[in-house]
Design a protein around this ligand. Sequence first.
Ligand SMILES: NC(=[NH2+])NCCC[C@H](N)C(=O)O
Ligand SMILES: [Mn+2]
Ligand SMILES: [Mn+2]
Length: 302
Amino acid sequence: MTRSARIIGAPTDYGANRRGVDMGPSAIRYAGLAAKLESAGVGTIDDGDVQAPRAEERDPDVVQPKTGKTKFLKEIEDVSRQLATRVSDALNNGETPLVLGGDHSVAIGSLVGSAADADIGTIWFDAHADLNTPETSPSGNVHGMPLAAALGIGEFEETVWANAPRLSEENVVLVGLRSVDKSENQLLEERGFTAYTMSDIDKRGIAAVTEEALEIAHDGVDGVHISLDLDWLDPKEAPGVGTPVRGGATYREAHAAMELVANHDGPRSFELVEVNPTLDQHNETASLATELAASAFGKTIL
Ligand SMILES: NC(=[NH2+])NCCC[C@H](N)C(=O)O
Ligand SMILES: [Mn+2]
Ligand SMILES: [Mn+2]
């Protein structure tokens, strides 16, 4: 059966520390996403964007009364709800949702939608663990919290709109870590996640790590959501991101990992996040994102 991808844009920067990442969906489309997928034999339907209130209309000093310093939680809830519905609708239609961020807070909606009617796992390709909660976050930026939100950790236990009902931490695998906050490290030690750092990739190689990650994420579930934060890659390859960290995955490592994703049933749902065109050079990060999506959807060299 040929796969068809439903492209869903989530042009939001509410979860990030800097502006501009809301232009990610445009930049990724402009870089030729649909054409690259089509050349890999993947049908595409572009669903347009979810509605995110314009940045210019919002209150920059907004403070959430309950959570203190968590920024723009209301706006993020609104985007997450819309996105979750679009993602689960696509899946019910037999299509593979391909979400374009936006900052990484969009993963809340992707995960909630992907886990609405199935048991899922996820692989989080990222320099960061994104496991902060409103209480532990050093920044108040929700893009550092989406995994904790989707799993209902800490204060997120009460946050119904952010809980991915059928995602369990035993099927959550983080790959490529190199910037982890203390409280995140503690969660990684205490709970059922599997985490591979860049140093694991150095020692074991990207193929062995990714294959193991896929086994764990897929174990006993219906499918796996792939979350690809472009800051997973080294900033030399992907300069257009808001929180770059040296020592990331190389161009070839990233393709190798995505090809293994394709070979292992392909993604149940997929997202490209944190592409910020205002920080990019000639749209190269967006362009790289399109290439990696094509690899994850089955494009090979020959
Ligand atoms: N999706 C991302 N780029 N996350 C960066 C998170 C950085 C830091 N850990 C924080 O909580 O603020
Ligand atoms: Mn990151
Ligand atoms: Mn991230």
